[in-house]
Design a protein around this ligand. Structure first.
Ligand code: SF4
Length: 340
């Protein structure tokens, strides 16, 4: 669970019950600094003299605000709309794509007007009838890490569970699922966990849950009847990678129910980086050991006009063959979306 060092309440947030609840909670904690600020003054309360310090202080900051613009972003191809419950994430993954998206002080922002957000979701869903509308709850955030504070996912899961024409999905590197286990979700919410080997998590995914805790959480939600998926990413081909990814998948198989209620969904994505991301990462994590040597990679044009560096074709083919076989051997009831 996210335990911030400072909490900034934006103007108007205290007019909502969730804003009040968070205010009461954090003002009772002497270890947490509290500020009230206008939206455009939030960053002035986050210290830091250089990019690395600003990053770390930003990651320890919770902003409690209102989602004013209720125009949802599209979220193709995995969903129709992003559901804007939270933005930012307390995790400090060295390779995270959000490093280039969230500015110099990447704070976590929770929105307290969840009822208004859900009312807007309803409007979008009504417009698409008779088709089902899928909402993604973790497009620019990891909502699960703040769930014990906000209970917003629980509210959304129950809301979408009551509607045949809506579906909800989110992904996480955390394990705060206990408040979700007894909800009436009706199988309308798909919960995915991002997984990696203990070596990769310990080396690059700072301030996230261990693979053991994520796997335990996935087992709990699967046993509560949720559709469950795993994003194994980013896959790094380091010495021993096959043994360690094999062990990870074997552990997963042993923890999941023998007969899961839905096929287990898998997405497997190899590591790739852009030069823009590399520049940013090396400023925030000057000592990083992330493998980002252009000479060892192939260059591929991306869909948004900038290129990325991927593993060479032969290594990707080897990775694909490895995961195809492992998943086939271990998980008879599955849905492999892609291995790329
Ligand atoms: Fe980024 Fe996800 Fe890590 Fe958060 S947990 S820093 S969103 S990769």
């Amino acid at each position: 669970m996210f335990i911030p060092k400072r909490v900034i309440f934006e103007k108007g947030a205290l007019d909502y019950p969730l804003g009040q609840e968070l205010y009461t909670r954090f003002t009772q904690d002497p270890k947490v600094e509290i500020f009230e600020a206008a939206t455009n003054r939030v960053k002035t309360h986050i210290p830091g003299d250089d990019l690395s310090q600003m990053y770390r202080h930003g990651k320890q900051t919770l902003v409690v605000g209102i989602k004013k613009s209720l125009k949802f972003q599209s979220c193709k191809p995995s969903a129709h709309y992003q559901l804007p419950l939270v933005s930012g994430c307390m995790g400090q993954c060295e390779y995270c794509y959000l490093n280039t998206q969230l500015g110099d002080k990447p704070f976590v922002r929770v929105h307290v007007n969840v009822d208004e957000i859900l009312a807007q979701a309803e409007k979008y869903a009504q417009e698409r009838l008779p088709h089902k509308t899928i909402f993604e709850g973790a497009a620019t955030s990891d909502s699960l890490a703040v769930e014990p504070l906000t209970h917003s996912l629980a509210k959304c899961i129950t809301y979408f569970g009551e509607r045949d024409y809506t579906r909800f999905r989110f992904v996480s590197k955390y394990n705060d699922v206990d408040g979700l286990l007894d909800l009436k979700h009706n199988g309308h919410t798909e919960i995915r966990f991002s997984l990696n080997t203990p070596y990769i998590i310990n080396t690059y995914e700072h301030a996230t849950a261990s693979s053991k805790l994520r796997i335990e959480a996935s087992s709990k939600v699967s046993r509560s009847g949720y559709p469950v998926g795993f994003i194994i990413a980013p896959v790094f081909m380091y010495p021993n990678w096959k043994e360690e990814y094999h062990d990870l998948l074997v552990n997963l198989k042993h923890e999941l129910p023998e007969k899961p209620p839905h096929p287990i969904i898998f997405e497997v994505i190899s590591h790739r980086y852009t030069l823009r991301a590399k520049n940013r990462i090396t400023q925030i994590f000057p000592e990083t050991s992330l493998p980002m040597t252009e000479e060892e990679r192939s260059f591929k044009y991306g869909q948004f006009g900038y290129g990325k560096y991927v593993y060479p074709k032969e290594q990707l083919a080897d990775m694909k063959a490895f995961f195809t076989k492992e998943l086939d051997d271990l998980f008879p009831y599955k849905d492999v979306k892609y291995i790329i």
